[in-house]
Design a protein around this ligand. Structure first.
Ligand code: URA
Length: 476
């Protein structure tokens, strides 16, 4: 067995270099292994081969994006699974599209588990107040299901920007001092404060919002899995609340009916009319929006897509970039602009001096509209009714982000952002001011550049595209 040593459990770059070296040396997956520095070396293990830079072998962007998530999974065989996929991709370049393939399905499932662990961390981290020499600080102890501390910490930076906080976990810890986010070594539970006065707040809040008549124990445990209970102050109440729910429901049923709240009913009916998703629902944050879009069936596209793909980027981004709809790779991974059009966009943004990570990148339509052709799924342009139905989600994203500048890539994005059809050739070259003061720059979609057959024409169009991006940068 040839064994590569990684620096730490989420050493993606180390794994990638080792996988490349194994692949170049023709080491089959059964003969390749990965260990984390410090783990014991087997008696018959050999060191992994050194990598070379002369091999043109590349892996698709969708695989790399998926691998970055899978490596955060706690199962020890994640490195082997990913290397098996690398090995197979050379002979089966379309492998990542075959979602029924056991290895691909396994990787997608693990990425889903990681994403779920990250969501649970956002929901279940409970900070406790401490005083140190610099004054007030907040410390939380959390035990994530997977290695999601670094992935999820930026969420807490956005949410608690003005506080000083630490999140301690058995895998590593995140620190925010109000200016910089840093990561440190693993911690133990006794390093975090055991309780504080906020504890009672959580308990009172939870007990007050607990509705015994709606108790579905299994659903509740799905939403708030038991593994997180021990670190949630309010979870101490759960056994007692469940035990008393039968008696409390009887009291509620026996109580005489009260008159409906007329004002509330009026507001709700207005919201239902204004908001096509119904139920007066308005997502309070991006995480809620990302969850809710999965249930959207306002138009038929959602029925055939793997998942809804919402935007990604900082909550306080000054720039919002809007594309048309997720493509094949975006549909599989759940992230916008990571396929070929995304690669072109990334390179052009960098050339125009715009950092993609500072922008909120999203699409006018949240599901992948496509038609099957053999094993491939061919992109189909969404029609006006579908763009209008999905506009509700883009508007919700705009409300939450409140960008100063919006870059609309192509006619679909321009229609959704401006609320009217415009010819890209006429609208580009200037900034359009929206009623809320935001500036919109319209340009072509990067996929259009990819489709231009001749090199000279493509280079000229790319220059015009870069001019539009620079104009966008100037608006910022
Ligand atoms: N094209 C888009 O418009 N959006 C994506 O996310 C990917 C390709």
């Amino acid at each position: 067995m040839q064994v590569a040593t990684l620096r730490h459990p989420t050493d993606f770059d180390g794994w990638r270099a080792a996988a490349r070296a194994f692949r170049q040396a023709g080491v089959r997956p059964e003969s390749a292994a990965f260990r984390i520095g410090g783990e014991p070396v087997g008696l018959f293990d050999e060191a992994a081969p050194a990598g070379r830079n002369d091999d043109a072998f590349t892996t698709p962007g969708a695989f790399i994006a998926l691998a970055r998530e899978v490596i955060l999974h706690r199962a020890a065989d994640r490195f082997d699974l990913l290397y098996r996929l690398v090995w197979r991709l050379r002979q089966e370049p379309d492998l990542m599209r075959i979602v029924t393939d056991p290895d691909v399905a396994d990787a997608l499932e693990r990425a889903k588990n990681v994403s779920r662990a990250s969501h649970k961390m956002k929901a279940f981290v409970r900070f406790r107040r401490v005083e140190d020499t610099d004054g007030e600080a907040w410390v939380a102890w959390f035990e994530p299901a997977h290695f999601v501390v670094e992935k999820t910490a930026p969420f807490f930076v956005r949410r608690f920007t003005t506080l000083r906080w630490s999140i301690l976990t058995p895998d590593g810890s995140g620190y925010w001092d109000g200016e910089a986010l840093t990561f440190g070594p693993a911690a133990t539970r006794d390093m975090a404060p055991a309780e504080d006065e906020i504890e009672d707040f959580w308990k009172t809040y939870y007990a007050a919002t607990f509705n015994p008549a709606r108790l579905k124990t299994r659903t509740m445990q799905g939403e708030m899995p038991r593994r997180y209970w021990k670190n949630l102050p309010e979870a101490q109440l759960i056994p007692d609340l469940i035990a008393r729910s039968g008696a409390r429901t009887e009291v509620m049923v026996a109580r005489p009916a009260t008159a409906p709240n007329a004002r509330l009913a009026k507001t709700l009916s207005r919201m239902n009319r204004d908001q096509p998703f119904g139920d007066g629902f308005a997502p309070a944050n991006l995480a809620e929006l990302g969850h809710a879009v999965q249930a959207c069936r306002r138009c038929p596209i959602g029925c055939d897509a793997t998942q809804g793909v919402c935007g990604e980027g900082p909550r306080d981004a000054r720039l919002m970039i809007v594309g048309e709809q997720p493509g094949d790779q975006e549909d599989l991974t759940g992230r916008p602009f990571i396929g070929p059009a995304g690669e072109l966009l990334d390179a052009a943004l960098a050339e125009a001096g715009i950092v993609r990570g500072d922008a909120y990148v999203t699409n006018a339509v949240k599901h992948f509209k496509h038609t099957p052709r053999g094993k491939r799924r061919l992109h189909q342009t969404p029609v006006t009714s579908e763009i209008s139905a999905c506009r509700w989600w883009l508007d919700a994203e705009r409300r939450l982000i409140q960008p100063k500048v919006i870059l609309a890539l192509g006619a679909t994005a321009a229609l959704s952002v401006l609320g009217r059809r415009v010819a890209v050739s006429e609208a580009r070259g200037r900034a359009i001011t929206l009623p809320d003061g935001a500036k919109v720059v319209v340009t072509v979609h990067p996929a259009y550049l990819l489709r231009i057959p001749d090199r000279t024409g493509r280079a000229a169009e790319r220059e015009r595209f870069l001019d539009d991006l620079r104009r966008t940068g100037q608006q910022l």
